[in-house]
Write a new protein. Sequence first.
Length: 480
Amino acid sequence: MRLNCLLKSAGLPPLKKELEVTHVTDDSREVKPGSLFFALRGFKTDGNLFIPEAVKRGAVAVVTDSRDSLEKYKSLGVPLIFSQDLRRDLALIVSRFYGDPSSSIKVIGVTGTNGKTTTAYILYHLLNRLGKKTAIIGTVEYGLPGKTIPAERTTPSPTTFFRLLKEFKENGADFVVCEVSSHGLKLHRVTGTKFKGAVFTNLSPEHLDFHKNLWDYFLSKEKLFFMTRDVGVVNGDDKFGKLLLGLRGIFPCKLSSFGKKGEFRIERVENLEEGLLVILKLGRETYPIKTSLRGFFNAYNVAAAFSLLVELGFSPRELLGLFDGISVPGRMEEVVKNVFVDYAHTPDALEKVLRALRELKRGRLIVVFGCGGDRDREKRPLMGSIAEKLADFIILTNDNPRSEDPEQIVNEILSGIRERSKVEVIFDRRLAIERGLKLKKEEDILLIAGKGHETYQEVGSKKYLFDDREVVRELSRLIQ
Protein backbone atom coordinates (compact mmCIF):
# COMPACT_ATOMS: atom_id res chain seq x y z
CA MET A 1 0.00 0.00 0.00
CA ARG A 2 1.21 3.51 -0.74
CA LEU A 3 2.70 5.32 2.22
CA ASN A 4 0.95 8.63 1.48
CA CYS A 5 -2.41 6.85 1.55
CA LEU A 6 -1.58 5.52 5.01
CA LEU A 7 -0.35 8.91 6.24
CA LYS A 8 -3.56 10.56 5.03
CA SER A 9 -5.66 8.19 7.17
CA ALA A 10 -3.97 9.64 10.26
CA GLY A 11 -4.00 13.24 9.04
CA LEU A 12 -0.22 13.30 8.56
CA PRO A 13 1.28 15.34 5.69
CA PRO A 14 2.29 13.43 2.54
CA LEU A 15 5.86 12.83 1.44
CA LYS A 16 7.19 14.26 -1.84
CA LYS A 17 8.40 10.80 -2.87
CA GLU A 18 5.85 7.97 -2.91
CA LEU A 19 6.87 4.72 -1.22
CA GLU A 20 5.28 1.28 -1.07
CA VAL A 21 4.61 -0.20 2.37
CA THR A 22 4.17 -3.95 2.71
CA HIS A 23 4.14 -4.25 6.51
CA VAL A 24 3.51 -2.06 9.58
CA THR A 25 5.04 -2.74 13.01
CA ASP A 26 6.15 -1.15 16.27
CA ASP A 27 8.57 -4.01 17.03
CA SER A 28 12.02 -3.61 15.48
CA ARG A 29 12.52 -7.39 15.61
CA GLU A 30 9.60 -7.83 13.19
CA VAL A 31 10.86 -5.29 10.64
CA LYS A 32 11.48 -6.63 7.13
CA PRO A 33 12.05 -4.99 3.73
CA GLY A 34 9.07 -2.74 3.03
CA SER A 35 8.10 -2.16 6.68
CA LEU A 36 6.82 1.09 8.13
CA PHE A 37 8.30 1.26 11.66
CA PHE A 38 6.69 3.12 14.55
CA ALA A 39 9.23 4.04 17.23
CA LEU A 40 6.94 3.82 20.28
CA ARG A 41 8.11 4.77 23.74
CA GLY A 42 7.08 1.76 25.83
CA PHE A 43 6.94 1.19 29.57
CA LYS A 44 10.25 -0.69 29.63
CA THR A 45 12.18 0.64 26.64
CA ASP A 46 12.09 3.33 23.95
CA GLY A 47 11.51 2.36 20.33
CA ASN A 48 13.61 5.33 19.23
CA LEU A 49 16.69 3.42 20.36
CA PHE A 50 15.94 0.79 17.71
CA ILE A 51 15.49 3.07 14.70
CA PRO A 52 18.96 2.20 13.24
CA GLU A 53 18.20 -1.52 13.62
CA ALA A 54 14.81 -1.08 11.93
CA VAL A 55 16.38 0.74 8.98
CA LYS A 56 19.10 -1.90 8.71
CA ARG A 57 16.38 -4.58 8.53
CA GLY A 58 14.67 -2.82 5.64
CA ALA A 59 12.21 -0.24 7.02
CA VAL A 60 11.24 2.17 4.22
CA ALA A 61 10.19 4.90 6.67
CA VAL A 62 10.00 5.58 10.41
CA VAL A 63 7.30 7.41 12.39
CA THR A 64 8.36 8.94 15.71
CA ASP A 65 7.17 11.47 18.29
CA SER A 66 10.76 12.40 19.18
CA ARG A 67 12.14 15.57 17.59
CA ASP A 68 15.57 14.51 18.83
CA SER A 69 15.30 11.36 16.71
CA LEU A 70 14.43 13.43 13.63
CA GLU A 71 17.76 15.18 13.98
CA LYS A 72 19.80 12.25 15.29
CA TYR A 73 18.85 9.78 12.57
CA LYS A 74 18.41 12.06 9.53
CA SER A 75 21.51 10.54 7.90
CA LEU A 76 20.03 7.02 7.81
CA GLY A 77 18.58 7.60 4.35
CA VAL A 78 14.88 6.92 4.99
CA PRO A 79 12.03 9.38 5.67
CA LEU A 80 11.56 10.20 9.36
CA ILE A 81 7.96 11.28 9.96
CA PHE A 82 6.92 13.24 13.04
CA SER A 83 3.71 12.39 14.90
CA GLN A 84 2.24 14.33 17.79
CA ASP A 85 0.16 11.33 18.91
CA LEU A 86 2.10 8.24 17.92
CA ARG A 87 -0.16 5.57 19.44
CA ARG A 88 -3.27 7.09 17.87
CA ASP A 89 -1.61 7.38 14.47
CA LEU A 90 -0.31 3.81 14.65
CA ALA A 91 -3.84 2.48 15.19
CA LEU A 92 -5.37 4.59 12.41
CA ILE A 93 -2.66 3.63 9.94
CA VAL A 94 -2.78 -0.08 10.81
CA SER A 95 -6.57 -0.07 10.42
CA ARG A 96 -6.20 1.49 6.97
CA PHE A 97 -3.37 -0.91 6.04
CA TYR A 98 -5.65 -3.88 6.74
CA GLY A 99 -8.51 -2.38 4.72
CA ASP A 100 -10.53 -0.76 7.52
CA PRO A 101 -12.03 -4.18 8.43
CA SER A 102 -14.48 -2.88 11.05
CA SER A 103 -16.41 -1.13 8.26
CA SER A 104 -17.51 -4.48 6.83
CA ILE A 105 -17.71 -6.72 9.89
CA LYS A 106 -19.90 -6.11 12.96
CA VAL A 107 -17.66 -5.48 15.97
CA ILE A 108 -19.07 -5.54 19.52
CA GLY A 109 -17.02 -4.13 22.40
CA VAL A 110 -17.45 -5.13 26.05
CA THR A 111 -15.84 -2.98 28.73
CA GLY A 112 -16.03 -2.68 32.54
CA THR A 113 -14.07 -3.82 35.57
CA ASN A 114 -15.71 -7.20 36.15
CA GLY A 115 -17.85 -9.38 33.92
CA LYS A 116 -16.16 -8.52 30.60
CA THR A 117 -15.03 -12.06 29.85
CA THR A 118 -18.30 -13.72 30.86
CA THR A 119 -20.45 -11.23 28.94
CA ALA A 120 -18.22 -11.53 25.88
CA TYR A 121 -18.40 -15.33 25.99
CA ILE A 122 -22.19 -15.26 26.33
CA LEU A 123 -22.47 -12.97 23.29
CA TYR A 124 -19.98 -15.10 21.34
CA HIS A 125 -21.90 -18.31 21.99
CA LEU A 126 -25.34 -16.77 21.47
CA LEU A 127 -24.41 -15.26 18.10
CA ASN A 128 -22.90 -18.53 16.88
CA ARG A 129 -26.01 -20.39 18.06
CA LEU A 130 -28.11 -17.88 16.13
CA GLY A 131 -26.24 -18.90 12.98
CA LYS A 132 -24.01 -15.81 12.86
CA LYS A 133 -20.38 -16.77 12.41
CA THR A 134 -18.68 -14.98 15.29
CA ALA A 135 -15.10 -14.61 16.50
CA ILE A 136 -13.82 -13.54 19.90
CA ILE A 137 -10.92 -11.35 21.05
CA GLY A 138 -10.52 -11.36 24.83
CA THR A 139 -8.67 -12.26 27.97
CA VAL A 140 -8.74 -16.02 27.36
CA GLU A 141 -8.39 -16.49 23.61
CA TYR A 142 -8.63 -15.03 20.11
CA GLY A 143 -10.33 -16.74 17.17
CA LEU A 144 -13.32 -18.42 15.58
CA PRO A 145 -15.06 -21.52 17.00
CA GLY A 146 -12.68 -24.47 16.80
CA LYS A 147 -9.78 -22.24 15.70
CA THR A 148 -8.65 -20.17 18.67
CA ILE A 149 -5.23 -19.29 20.07
CA PRO A 150 -4.36 -18.28 23.68
CA ALA A 151 -4.61 -14.53 24.24
CA GLU A 152 -1.46 -12.47 24.76
CA ARG A 153 -3.47 -9.79 26.59
CA THR A 154 -7.12 -8.78 26.92
CA THR A 155 -6.95 -6.19 24.12
CA PRO A 156 -4.01 -6.84 21.79
CA SER A 157 -1.81 -4.22 20.13
CA PRO A 158 -3.32 -2.48 17.08
CA THR A 159 -0.99 -4.40 14.76
CA THR A 160 -2.48 -7.65 16.08
CA PHE A 161 -6.04 -6.38 16.61
CA PHE A 162 -6.65 -5.12 13.07
CA ARG A 163 -4.85 -8.07 11.50
CA LEU A 164 -7.20 -10.37 13.40
CA LEU A 165 -10.26 -8.40 12.25
CA LYS A 166 -9.09 -8.73 8.65
CA GLU A 167 -8.50 -12.49 9.04
CA PHE A 168 -11.93 -13.00 10.62
CA LYS A 169 -13.54 -11.03 7.78
CA GLU A 170 -11.73 -13.13 5.17
CA ASN A 171 -12.93 -16.28 6.95
CA GLY A 172 -16.54 -15.19 6.61
CA ALA A 173 -17.22 -13.90 10.15
CA ASP A 174 -20.37 -11.84 10.62
CA PHE A 175 -19.50 -10.58 14.11
CA VAL A 176 -16.44 -10.14 16.33
CA VAL A 177 -16.97 -9.83 20.10
CA CYS A 178 -14.09 -8.00 21.82
CA GLU A 179 -13.20 -7.38 25.42
CA VAL A 180 -11.98 -3.79 25.45
CA SER A 181 -9.77 -2.99 28.43
CA SER A 182 -9.09 0.45 29.87
CA HIS A 183 -5.44 0.02 28.83
CA GLY A 184 -6.59 -0.81 25.30
CA LEU A 185 -8.71 2.33 25.12
CA LYS A 186 -6.25 4.74 26.74
CA LEU A 187 -3.31 3.41 24.70
CA HIS A 188 -5.28 3.59 21.42
CA ARG A 189 -5.14 -0.14 20.69
CA VAL A 190 -8.62 -0.05 19.11
CA THR A 191 -8.71 3.54 17.84
CA GLY A 192 -10.18 3.56 14.35
CA THR A 193 -12.59 0.71 15.06
CA LYS A 194 -16.21 1.29 14.12
CA PHE A 195 -18.02 -0.61 16.87
CA LYS A 196 -21.53 -1.78 16.02
CA GLY A 197 -22.51 -2.24 19.67
CA ALA A 198 -21.00 -1.84 23.13
CA VAL A 199 -21.56 -3.06 26.69
CA PHE A 200 -20.60 -1.43 29.99
CA THR A 201 -20.70 -4.01 32.81
CA ASN A 202 -19.64 -2.02 35.91
CA LEU A 203 -16.73 -0.05 37.32
CA SER A 204 -14.83 -0.33 40.60
CA PRO A 205 -11.23 0.58 41.52
CA GLU A 206 -8.72 -1.40 39.43
CA HIS A 207 -5.49 -0.68 37.51
CA LEU A 208 -4.94 2.48 39.56
CA ASP A 209 -1.20 1.83 39.32
CA PHE A 210 -1.68 2.75 35.63
CA HIS A 211 -4.57 5.23 35.70
CA LYS A 212 -3.57 6.96 38.96
CA ASN A 213 -7.18 7.82 39.84
CA LEU A 214 -10.68 6.46 39.36
CA TRP A 215 -11.79 9.27 37.04
CA ASP A 216 -9.03 8.61 34.54
CA TYR A 217 -10.05 4.94 34.66
CA PHE A 218 -13.70 5.85 33.99
CA LEU A 219 -12.85 8.28 31.19
CA SER A 220 -10.82 5.56 29.49
CA LYS A 221 -13.82 3.20 29.58
CA GLU A 222 -16.11 5.98 28.34
CA LYS A 223 -14.10 6.26 25.10
CA LEU A 224 -15.71 3.06 23.81
CA PHE A 225 -19.11 4.75 23.52
CA PHE A 226 -17.71 7.59 21.40
CA MET A 227 -16.50 4.87 18.99
CA THR A 228 -19.82 3.00 18.83
CA ARG A 229 -22.16 3.68 15.91
CA ASP A 230 -25.44 1.92 16.70
CA VAL A 231 -26.27 0.81 20.25
CA GLY A 232 -24.75 0.57 23.70
CA VAL A 233 -26.15 -1.10 26.82
CA VAL A 234 -25.14 0.01 30.29
CA ASN A 235 -25.53 -1.38 33.81
CA GLY A 236 -28.09 1.05 35.20
CA ASP A 237 -27.48 -0.09 38.79
CA ASP A 238 -23.80 0.90 38.71
CA LYS A 239 -23.01 4.48 39.72
CA PHE A 240 -20.69 4.95 36.76
CA GLY A 241 -23.28 3.32 34.52
CA LYS A 242 -25.75 5.95 35.71
CA LEU A 243 -23.20 8.61 34.83
CA LEU A 244 -22.86 7.21 31.29
CA LEU A 245 -26.64 7.14 30.93
CA GLY A 246 -26.81 10.75 32.09
CA LEU A 247 -24.35 11.65 29.32
CA ARG A 248 -26.21 9.70 26.63
CA GLY A 249 -26.80 12.82 24.57
CA ILE A 250 -23.10 13.23 23.78
CA PHE A 251 -22.56 9.74 22.32
CA PRO A 252 -23.19 8.86 18.66
CA CYS A 253 -25.02 5.64 19.63
CA LYS A 254 -28.32 4.93 21.33
CA LEU A 255 -27.89 3.91 25.01
CA SER A 256 -30.18 1.52 26.91
CA SER A 257 -29.92 0.22 30.47
CA PHE A 258 -30.12 -3.17 32.16
CA GLY A 259 -30.28 -4.11 35.83
CA LYS A 260 -32.74 -4.17 38.69
CA LYS A 261 -33.73 -0.62 37.72
CA GLY A 262 -32.91 -0.85 34.01
CA GLU A 263 -35.08 -0.73 30.92
CA PHE A 264 -34.20 -4.41 30.61
CA ARG A 265 -35.16 -5.13 34.20
CA ILE A 266 -33.89 -8.02 36.31
CA GLU A 267 -37.15 -8.99 38.01
CA ARG A 268 -36.01 -12.09 39.85
CA VAL A 269 -33.09 -14.51 40.08
CA GLU A 270 -33.42 -18.07 41.35
CA ASN A 271 -30.65 -20.53 42.16
CA LEU A 272 -31.13 -23.83 40.36
CA GLU A 273 -29.28 -27.07 41.01
CA GLU A 274 -27.21 -26.50 37.86
CA GLY A 275 -27.21 -22.72 37.45
CA LEU A 276 -29.68 -19.83 37.52
CA LEU A 277 -33.11 -18.82 36.35
CA VAL A 278 -33.03 -15.12 35.43
CA ILE A 279 -36.38 -13.38 34.90
CA LEU A 280 -36.03 -10.27 32.73
CA LYS A 281 -38.78 -7.79 31.96
CA LEU A 282 -38.94 -5.43 29.00
CA GLY A 283 -42.03 -3.26 28.90
CA ARG A 284 -44.96 -5.57 29.65
CA GLU A 285 -43.19 -8.71 28.46
CA THR A 286 -41.39 -11.15 30.78
CA TYR A 287 -38.53 -13.37 29.62
CA PRO A 288 -37.37 -16.36 31.73
CA ILE A 289 -33.77 -17.30 30.93
CA LYS A 290 -32.18 -20.49 32.20
CA THR A 291 -28.39 -20.50 32.36
CA SER A 292 -25.77 -22.91 33.69
CA LEU A 293 -23.78 -19.94 35.04
CA ARG A 294 -23.85 -19.55 38.83
CA GLY A 295 -23.97 -16.56 41.13
CA PHE A 296 -26.39 -13.62 41.25
CA PHE A 297 -23.78 -11.37 39.64
CA ASN A 298 -24.06 -13.49 36.48
CA ALA A 299 -27.67 -12.31 36.12
CA TYR A 300 -26.16 -8.95 35.12
CA ASN A 301 -23.95 -10.59 32.50
CA VAL A 302 -26.96 -12.47 31.11
CA ALA A 303 -29.00 -9.25 31.07
CA ALA A 304 -26.17 -7.37 29.34
CA ALA A 305 -25.92 -9.91 26.51
CA PHE A 306 -29.71 -10.24 26.14
CA SER A 307 -30.30 -6.48 26.05
CA LEU A 308 -27.56 -5.80 23.50
CA LEU A 309 -28.76 -8.49 21.09
CA VAL A 310 -32.37 -7.31 21.38
CA GLU A 311 -31.25 -3.74 20.68
CA LEU A 312 -29.34 -5.05 17.65
CA GLY A 313 -32.59 -6.45 16.29
CA PHE A 314 -32.69 -10.09 17.41
CA SER A 315 -36.00 -11.50 18.64
CA PRO A 316 -36.18 -11.79 22.45
CA ARG A 317 -38.12 -15.06 22.21
CA GLU A 318 -35.51 -16.50 19.86
CA LEU A 319 -32.81 -15.90 22.48
CA LEU A 320 -34.51 -17.58 25.45
CA GLY A 321 -33.43 -21.17 24.90
CA LEU A 322 -29.87 -20.36 23.86
CA PHE A 323 -28.24 -19.45 27.19
CA ASP A 324 -28.14 -22.89 28.77
CA GLY A 325 -24.88 -24.81 28.57
CA ILE A 326 -22.66 -21.73 28.09
CA SER A 327 -19.55 -21.97 30.26
CA VAL A 328 -16.63 -19.59 30.69
CA PRO A 329 -13.08 -20.82 31.40
CA GLY A 330 -11.92 -19.91 34.89
CA ARG A 331 -15.08 -18.03 35.85
CA MET A 332 -16.93 -19.76 38.71
CA GLU A 333 -15.69 -22.97 37.09
CA GLU A 334 -16.50 -26.05 39.15
CA VAL A 335 -13.44 -28.18 38.46
CA VAL A 336 -14.40 -31.06 40.74
CA LYS A 337 -17.40 -31.27 43.04
CA ASN A 338 -17.61 -28.16 45.25
CA VAL A 339 -14.16 -26.90 44.18
CA PHE A 340 -14.35 -23.69 42.15
CA VAL A 341 -11.69 -21.74 40.28
CA ASP A 342 -12.38 -18.07 39.55
CA TYR A 343 -10.44 -15.13 38.14
CA ALA A 344 -11.62 -12.81 40.92
CA HIS A 345 -8.66 -10.51 41.56
CA THR A 346 -10.39 -7.30 42.64
CA PRO A 347 -12.24 -6.59 45.90
CA ASP A 348 -15.57 -6.30 44.09
CA ALA A 349 -15.10 -9.57 42.17
CA LEU A 350 -13.92 -11.50 45.23
CA GLU A 351 -16.90 -10.27 47.25
CA LYS A 352 -19.36 -11.25 44.53
CA VAL A 353 -18.01 -14.76 44.05
CA LEU A 354 -17.77 -15.43 47.81
CA ARG A 355 -21.34 -14.22 48.34
CA ALA A 356 -22.52 -16.45 45.50
CA LEU A 357 -20.79 -19.49 46.98
CA ARG A 358 -22.15 -18.75 50.46
CA GLU A 359 -25.63 -19.24 49.01
CA LEU A 360 -24.62 -22.71 47.81
CA LYS A 361 -22.66 -23.96 50.82
CA ARG A 362 -23.86 -26.47 53.39
CA GLY A 363 -20.59 -26.63 55.29
CA ARG A 364 -17.65 -24.25 55.42
CA LEU A 365 -16.42 -21.91 52.69
CA ILE A 366 -12.62 -22.06 52.28
CA VAL A 367 -10.77 -19.64 50.02
CA VAL A 368 -7.23 -19.79 48.61
CA PHE A 369 -5.99 -16.52 47.09
CA GLY A 370 -3.23 -13.96 46.87
CA CYS A 371 -2.69 -10.63 45.10
CA GLY A 372 -0.60 -9.85 42.03
CA GLY A 373 2.71 -8.07 42.38
CA ASP A 374 3.46 -4.73 40.69
CA ARG A 375 -0.26 -3.93 40.68
CA ASP A 376 -2.69 -1.93 42.87
CA ARG A 377 -1.41 -2.24 46.43
CA GLU A 378 -4.45 -0.44 47.84
CA LYS A 379 -6.74 -3.39 47.11
CA ARG A 380 -4.77 -5.92 49.17
CA PRO A 381 -6.10 -5.14 52.67
CA LEU A 382 -9.60 -4.70 51.19
CA MET A 383 -9.48 -8.20 49.74
CA GLY A 384 -8.23 -9.55 53.07
CA SER A 385 -11.12 -7.90 54.88
CA ILE A 386 -13.66 -9.26 52.39
CA ALA A 387 -12.27 -12.78 52.70
CA GLU A 388 -12.39 -12.58 56.49
CA LYS A 389 -16.02 -11.44 56.44
CA LEU A 390 -17.33 -13.98 53.92
CA ALA A 391 -15.09 -17.08 54.15
CA ASP A 392 -14.81 -19.50 57.06
CA PHE A 393 -11.13 -20.18 56.46
CA ILE A 394 -8.47 -18.41 54.39
CA ILE A 395 -5.24 -19.70 52.85
CA LEU A 396 -3.06 -16.87 51.57
CA THR A 397 -0.59 -17.73 48.82
CA ASN A 398 1.27 -16.37 45.82
CA ASP A 399 -0.72 -15.11 42.85
CA ASN A 400 1.69 -13.63 40.28
CA PRO A 401 4.21 -11.91 42.58
CA ARG A 402 6.28 -10.65 39.64
CA SER A 403 9.12 -8.45 40.93
CA GLU A 404 7.64 -7.88 44.42
CA ASP A 405 8.53 -9.71 47.62
CA PRO A 406 5.76 -12.29 48.19
CA GLU A 407 6.00 -11.82 51.95
CA GLN A 408 5.35 -8.09 51.60
CA ILE A 409 2.26 -8.77 49.43
CA VAL A 410 0.85 -11.23 51.99
CA ASN A 411 1.56 -8.86 54.88
CA GLU A 412 -0.45 -6.15 53.11
CA ILE A 413 -3.38 -8.57 52.67
CA LEU A 414 -3.07 -9.58 56.33
CA SER A 415 -3.28 -5.93 57.40
CA GLY A 416 -6.97 -6.09 56.47
CA ILE A 417 -7.64 -9.23 58.54
CA ARG A 418 -8.26 -9.02 62.30
CA GLU A 419 -8.93 -12.67 63.16
CA ARG A 420 -5.61 -14.29 62.26
CA SER A 421 -6.68 -17.66 63.68
CA LYS A 422 -8.70 -18.34 60.53
CA VAL A 423 -5.72 -17.72 58.23
CA GLU A 424 -2.83 -19.86 57.02
CA VAL A 425 -0.02 -18.59 54.82
CA ILE A 426 1.51 -21.01 52.30
CA PHE A 427 3.54 -19.21 49.65
CA ASP A 428 3.83 -22.19 47.30
CA ARG A 429 0.52 -22.03 45.38
CA ARG A 430 0.45 -25.76 44.64
CA LEU A 431 0.92 -26.59 48.32
CA ALA A 432 -1.74 -24.02 49.25
CA ILE A 433 -4.24 -25.67 46.92
CA GLU A 434 -3.30 -29.08 48.30
CA ARG A 435 -3.87 -27.80 51.84
CA GLY A 436 -7.28 -26.43 50.85
CA LEU A 437 -8.29 -29.75 49.30
CA LYS A 438 -7.19 -31.67 52.40
CA LEU A 439 -9.05 -29.31 54.74
CA LYS A 440 -12.21 -29.51 52.68
CA LYS A 441 -14.87 -31.91 53.94
CA GLU A 442 -17.66 -33.27 51.74
CA GLU A 443 -20.13 -30.48 52.54
CA ASP A 444 -17.53 -27.70 52.29
CA ILE A 445 -16.87 -25.46 49.28
CA LEU A 446 -13.33 -24.53 48.23
CA LEU A 447 -12.67 -21.43 46.11
CA ILE A 448 -9.31 -20.86 44.46
CA ALA A 449 -9.34 -17.23 43.35
CA GLY A 450 -7.21 -14.81 41.38
CA LYS A 451 -5.88 -16.64 38.34
CA GLY A 452 -8.88 -18.35 36.76
CA HIS A 453 -8.07 -19.43 33.21
CA GLU A 454 -4.37 -18.52 33.41
CA THR A 455 -1.92 -21.29 32.56
CA TYR A 456 1.18 -19.66 34.03
CA GLN A 457 2.56 -18.03 37.16
CA GLU A 458 4.82 -14.97 36.99
CA VAL A 459 7.65 -15.02 39.52
CA GLY A 460 10.38 -12.42 39.06
CA SER A 461 10.81 -11.90 35.32
CA LYS A 462 9.90 -15.48 34.41
CA LYS A 463 6.66 -17.26 33.61
CA TYR A 464 6.21 -20.85 34.79
CA LEU A 465 3.53 -23.27 33.66
CA PHE A 466 0.79 -23.31 36.28
CA ASP A 467 -2.93 -23.88 35.86
CA ASP A 468 -5.11 -23.87 39.00
CA ARG A 469 -7.63 -26.16 37.31
CA GLU A 470 -5.08 -28.78 36.30
CA VAL A 471 -3.49 -28.69 39.75
CA VAL A 472 -6.92 -29.26 41.34
CA ARG A 473 -7.65 -32.21 39.05
CA GLU A 474 -4.27 -33.80 39.66
CA LEU A 475 -4.25 -33.33 43.44
CA SER A 476 -7.88 -34.44 43.78
CA ARG A 477 -6.99 -37.78 42.19
CA LEU A 478 -3.97 -38.20 44.48
CA ILE A 479 -5.80 -37.21 47.67
CA GLN A 480 -8.68 -39.57 46.95
